[in-house]
Design a protein around this ligand. Structure first.
Ligand code: 9PG
Length: 499
């Protein structure tokens, strides 16, 4: 049905499945496809990526679309491959158009169903795979409009308020090359430093899919948890509980527990560890039992902070024992994990679908992996892949999600050893962490110079007051920090809109 809505002096024609309803400063539209006629012509569009690692940013409607192109393997892991529209501007769940004088017009879904929002020079449209999500429409100053949308999301999906504190993780120093002794030494060195959590990342398990101690942890993961706890920290652990490599015990012996493709073969959920990997069918009671066992075990070992990775795989399209909407399947799986571990265990989601994770995860990764370099030499124009510049770019474009969960824009660096980032780039990552809320580093104390150890202590031992002044401009610790000019210094065909 066609209606007209009044929004902050704009009169907009709307086509939706039913009548619009007022909601504070905005409007609610019933579930079903929606289209709004907008007056802004060839303006900038905010494109929101589906999962933690997905391309997100502002770009001119007159230019190329944002997304992962010409790399199907990467697309499968780093965005919603099923709903990509390479020739039209669109993103996941929420989109916005730049209006005059700092205003935006936003259309955002308020629930699950794999909603999509796109735009061209005349229309802002929304649709979903499953029509069970209402829409929010807002117009006004950018900050106020995104805040209004966030509050609508929070009212429906809930929020979590746990704080991780300051986290040391093994990943950005040692990657998969970890063992019991190395973690023990790292913990010994960290004693007395202002960390709350020491988190063991990927590399402890024998193979992704089998969540038992691997050969490099001969005394078991409980022993490492105790070592961490005795050092005065909460113990943290990385898992990718919804996926399994083809060589894992679970995938080899129980292929019936996997999500399948329409041709009957196990669904490929993505590529990493020089392999493809499969996905567990979390609608199967046996898989639910398996996950309960895994998480009881991990909590029994003594871990209180869990980084759950590659979670998007649980929301991929595929053949499952029960045919339910895929984002619903995902959220139910995370809720069951939450019910098993309880409210006091901190859950950090990585590679998670962003909106379906609201209210179930305490913290969420909001961009690609940081790295001890600014931008990749091999792919200098790639703004979505690994690197410090890209982590900052992604974090800035997702800062509006603050308050739904803690935002993790990935690790800070204090070290100069084994690091190509210069001091101003390292400072920018530290300022980013202050803005986003989740603060972590992987720097081993042994790699730090005396003045860097002092800087790490100083930085972690207090909160850093943050005030937002513009889209990418913040005051942090009384200093003006312009993240926008830092990321637009990058040579890139992707036009980073000026703040
Ligand atoms: C452990 C790592 C670290 C890291 C996570 C995640 O798009 N990708 O193909 C892709 C691969 C790996 C990856 C992120 C994205 O890294 O983000 O912090 O925990 O797993 O293996």
């Amino acid at each position: 049905m066609l209606s007209a809505i009044e929004l902050g002096g704009l009169s907009l024609a709307v086509n939706a499945s039913g009548a619009p309803e007022r909601a504070g400063a905005g409007w609610l539209l019933p579930s079903g496809p929606v289209a709004l006629l907008h007056p802004f012509g060839d303006t900038d569009f905010y494109r929101h990526g589906w999962n933690s690692w997905s391309p997100t940013g502002w770009t001119p409607l007159s230019g190329p679309t944002i997304g992962i192109r010409n790399d199907d393997e990467r697309l499968l892991t780093a965005d919603d491959a099923d709903n990509e529209t390479p020739h039209a501007h669109s993103g996941s769940a929420v989109g916005a158009l730049q209006g005059p004088d700092g205003t935006v017009l936003l259309l955002g879904a308020l629930g699950l169903g794999t909603p999509r929002v796109g735009a061209d020079r005349d229309t802002l449209w929304g649709r979903a795979e499953v029509d069970d999500t209402e829409w929010f429409v807002g117009y006004g100053q950018e900050d106020a409009v995104f805040t209004a949308y966030r509050e609508q999301l929070a009212a429906r999906l809930g929020t979590r308020t746990a704080r991780a504190g300051r986290v040391w993780s093994s990943w950005y120093a040692y990657y998969e090359d970890i063992d019991e002794r190395l973690i023990a030494c790292a913990v010994d060195d960290l004693r007395g430093y202002p960390f709350d959590v020491v988190q063991v990342d990927d590399g402890w398990e024998p193979v992704v899919g089998d969540w038992i101690a691997g050969p490099s942890f001969p005394n078991g993961m409980g022993a490492t948890a105790r070592r961490i706890t005795n050092g005065g920290f909460r113990a943290g652990l990385w898992l990718a509980p919804l996926i399994a490599l083809p060589t894992s015990e679970i995938a080899t012996t129980r292929p019936d527990l996997l999500v399948h493709d329409t041709d009957g073969s196990p669904l490929v959920g993505g590529y990493n560890w020089r392999s493809h990997f499969y996905v567990l069918d979390t609608t199967l009671p046996e898989v639910q039992g398996h996950l309960t066992d895994v998480f009881r075990r991990v909590v029994d070992w003594g871990y209180e902070y869990l980084k759950l990775d590659f979670m998007y795989a649980g929301a991929l399209t595929g053949v499952r024992s029960t045919d339910l909407p895929r984002e619903r399947v995902y959220r139910d799986a995370v809720r069951r994990i939450r019910a098993t571990v309880g409210d006091d265990v901190y859950l950090l989601g990585s590679g998670v679908p962003m909106i379906p994770s609201v209210g179930v995860f305490d913290g969420v990764r909001v961009g690609p992996d940081v790295a001890p370099f600014w931008a990749s030499d091999d792919r200098p124009d790639d703004i979505w892949g690994v690197g410090a510049r890209n982590a900052i770019h992604a974090g800035m474009h997702r800062a509006w999600l603050r308050g739904l969960y803690e935002l993790d824009a990935d690790a800070m660096y204090f070290r100069s050893e084994r690091n190509l980032l210069d001091p101003s780039q390292r400072q920018l990552l530290q300022d980013l962490a202050a803005v986003m809320g989740h603060r972590s580093t992987s720097d081993p104390i042994a790699w730090l110079r005396p003045e860097e150890r002092q800087q790490l202590r100083d930085s972690l031992s207090r909160q850093h007051p943050v005030e937002q002044l513009d889209r990418f401009v913040f005051r942090v610790d009384g200093r003006l920090v312009d993240f926008g000019s830092a990321i637009s210094r990058a040579s890139s065909p992707y036009p980073v809109s000026a703040p």
